[in-house]
Ligand binder design. Sequence first.
Ligand SMILES: [Zn+2]
Length: 352
Amino acid sequence: MKQLRSNVIRAGLEALYLTGAHRLFHPIFAGIGSIFTLHHVRPAREAAFQPNSHLEVTPQFLRAVLAHLRSRSVDIVTMDELHRRLTERDLSRRFASFTFDDGYRDNRDFALPIMREFDAPFTVHVTSDFAQGVGNLWWIALEMVIAKASAIEAGIDGAAIRIDTSTPSAKHAAFERLHDWLRGLPGRDDLAREIGALAASHGIDQAAICRDLCLSWDELKPFAAEPLVGIGAHTVTHCNLAHQSDDIASQEMATSRARIESAIQRPVLHFAYPYGDRVAAGPREFALAKAAGFKTAVTTRPGMIFPESAEYPTALPRVSLNGNFQDERILPVLTSGAATAMWNGFRRIDAA
Ligand SMILES: [Zn+2]
């Protein structure tokens, strides 16, 4: 199903590019700028089973995006500057802001050198448990369990089931099923318990995943001192905030902010909602982020920035640089606003 959706999106992007129809969208749907969502930046890997590949782009693709924006004279700005332009109505030039979620070490090792080539600032939204080395990167643990196993026993909705994971297509189907089940579990602890049990029974060390992939506090300090780097918050545990009580959701925001500020000795004024889609961040979370004092908070709802986005600084949409669509030909389509307009039903503002 995800593969089908992926193919439909790819066909849509290509059709827009080939027909030039994206140009018709430009005046109405391009807005005044965009915020890009990225996760990993690293060289492509060989493995056949990479169900999280949408969360990574290659250094070459990142460079192509930056070159495209520079060729169009788009200003690449910090989230502070984006906020200033919106609130002061300083909208004469198009802008783009780059955000990287979770706090991966490859952001330092592969993204930073390329961002430097273009003198382009960027924001990394750090999950504080990941920097602490105790985070639950459950989607990667699940990938590793399924890659290794030929079958998986799991208790889903009270029933013990056995899922075949012996072939590449079975692995993809199993990932989709288990991923959706885990993401739908209500509490923070439910997800941790279930993925913990799966990882333990298949010999996957979750703490090692976190330490291997994420910047530690010691690494974040010098990274945050880089002139082009801004650090934002992305909760303590990377939970689905919409599933939490008011108290826990507020504490996830405030505590992650406090921990990051104390580690890097700088104010943390920007936030990204984990998962960030409609089922993980809605009006209550937008209000909580505002109450927590964040200047901006970004979702993963697709969309461009419009002048009226100034009224919803904690419900900002983004444009995903999705690893499954690393084709330079789609860049004019992405920056025209045509793709996001189609994906969000031609809304300029989507904050409800
Ligand atoms: Zn995240």
